[in-house]
Design a protein around this ligand. Structure first.
Ligand code: AMP
Length: 466
């Protein structure tokens, strides 16, 4: 049973307090004190300011794509009822069987940190009555997911996914549109990717195929790895996910699901491929692609770095059609499709690819550097900076450097065309110096007129200033 909560033995409060007192006993010399430091939990990682340029670029790009393709932002809670995922993803999936962060809430209910968000979005579609709105309802999200997996490169226990869901339509164009969004996300970042794609048809077609697959695997049982033997009993489609060397030959010869699809399912799939051909999106037909989750029907796809590029060839994202999920979660029958892209893994790919190809992420550029000299100038500089905050002028400053030379060196590094200089004299006179960084020519302006003077120099005019 997967909803078992491991009970941790509780330490008596008295003992904890006593230990704490012992460790912070001031009578001991500081050398005796036990110094504890903390690191992030295993499989969790901090995203530091130096990473911001990658994360920000990705977020901005994806928000633009969402706006263009008319997906509305949805944010669902990180904590959900555990049974939501058991019901939607399926009991036999790795995610539900081994990877869920399960807790017992104070009222005894079983809750979990979401391992993915499609089920949450569909839960919201049903429980918030979004089925009453004009259909389809197109939504996107960005946020942390949690899976208690074995950590390794590109695999964390907390990671960020961006996802797009298109609920309320069954149309090959909707599948192609999602794939195009995923493809464009990487294309706009200059990262080459390819789409692996397959169709897993309807549940009935899949059932017939599963039987055929099992018949085939039964004849090979003695050559299979331990895990595959278990899969035969629990989730035969996952046999096609096996990465063990000894099973590869058997997998290659296995029956292919495409041969077990009805004419209608096949022609639906062909239409998706036709759209992709027309869009020029490169794809690879991969008959072994089944995706790990129970709720998929028809089109399934994954996004990979183009062969030879990127880390360990692991998928950057994936998705597909899930026509049965709404009903499974108590809603009316509602066709839907969606996809999720892993941002942590995409950042790793972007860093590696940019480094290999000597590409750079555009740095924040500034137009002005504000230098100050002396205590009074510091306070006034802060005030003037605050007044210029909404001027639309990009200003850099460093209030903690006291030497003018150091500050002008920073201004040179930032390649700003002008610097503002505020010393004691200027504070007294209510003025500020504008220095042309290239010619060194300086001009004194009234503090009340800084914004206008800078805009003139930078040739920035608001509509009403013209
Ligand atoms: P999935 O829904 O499992 O196909 O996940 C979609 C994408 O999310 C994957 O292709 C990865 O980029 C990312 N992802 C999934 N699991 C993890 C993880 N444990 N750590 C980092 N990224 C992950």
């Amino acid at each position: 049973m997967m909803l078992k909560n491991k009970k941790t033995k509780k330490e008596p409060v008295k003992k904890i307090v006593k230990d704490k007192v012992k460790k912070t006993d001031d009578s001991k010399s500081s050398a005796d004190k036990v110094k504890k430091t903390w690191t992030a939990l295993r499989g969790m990682h901090d995203i530091l300011p130096k990473e911001e340029k990658y994360w920000k670029t990705m977020y901005n790009n994806v928000a633009k794509l969402a706006e263009f393709f008319q997906f509305g932002r949805i944010e669902t809670p990180i904590l959900e009822e555990a049974s939501l995922f058991v019901r939607s993803i399926g009991k036999t999936s790795d995610v539900v069987e081994k990877e869920m962060y399960l807790f017992e809430d104070n009222d005894g209910s079983k809750v979990c940190l979401r391992p993915e968000a499609t089920a949450s979005v569909m839960r919201a579609y049903v429980s918030d009555g979004l089925w009453n709105n004009p259909q389809p309802v197109k939504m996107w999200y960005w946020g942390p997911m949690f899976r208690h997996d074995r950590p390794q490169a590109g695999r964390y226990r907390q990671f960020t996914q961006v996802g797009f869901e298109n609920i309320g339509v069954q149309d090959p164009a909707a599948d192609a549109e999602l794939i195009l969004v995923a493809y464009n996300f990487y294309k706009d970042l200059g990262l080459p990717v390819e789409i692996h794609i397959n169709s897993i048809g309807t549940p009935e077609e899949r059932e017939r195929y599963k039987n055929e697959l099992l018949n085939y695997y039964r004849t090979k049982k003695s050559y299979l790895c331990e895990e595959c033997r278990k899969r035969m009993l629990k989730n035969p489609l996952r046999l096609l996910d096996c990465k063990e060397e000894q099973c590869q030959g058997i997998k290659e010869e296995a029956p292919q699901i495409i041969d077990w699809l009805s004419e209608a399912s096949k022609s639906y799939f062909m239409k998706v491929l036709e759209y992709l051909d027309e869009l020029g999106v490169p794809y690879i037909l991969r008959s072994s692609l089944v995706r790990g989750l129970d709720y998929y029907t028809h089109t399934v796809f994954e996004i990979y770095p183009v062969s030879g590029e990127g880390p360990a060839q692991s998928a950057l994202g994936g998705g597909g059609r899930y026509d049965l999920l709404a009903e499974e979660l108590g809603g009316k029958p509602t066709s839907a499709s969606g996809m999720a892209l892993g941002i942590d893994r995409s950042v790793i790919y972007m860093k590696e690819y940019y480094q290999q190809n000597q590409l750079r992420v555009e740095k924040e550029s500034y137009e002005i550097f504000f230098a100050q000299l002396g205590d009074r100038a510091k306070g006034r500089a802060l005030k003037l900076l605050d007044e210029l905050r909404n001027s639309g002028i990009k200003i850099a400053f460093n209030l903690y450097k006291n030497s003018l030379k150091t500050q002008l060196d920073i201004a040179n590094e930032l390649k700003v065309p002008y610097a503002l200089i505020l010393g004691q004299k200027e504070v007294q006179e209510g003025t500020v110096i504008i220095r042309d960084m290239e010619s060194g020519i300086q001009e004194i302006v009234d503090q009340k007129k800084i914004e206008m003077a800078l805009k003139k120099k930078l040739k920035k005019f608001d509509e009403e200033d013209k």
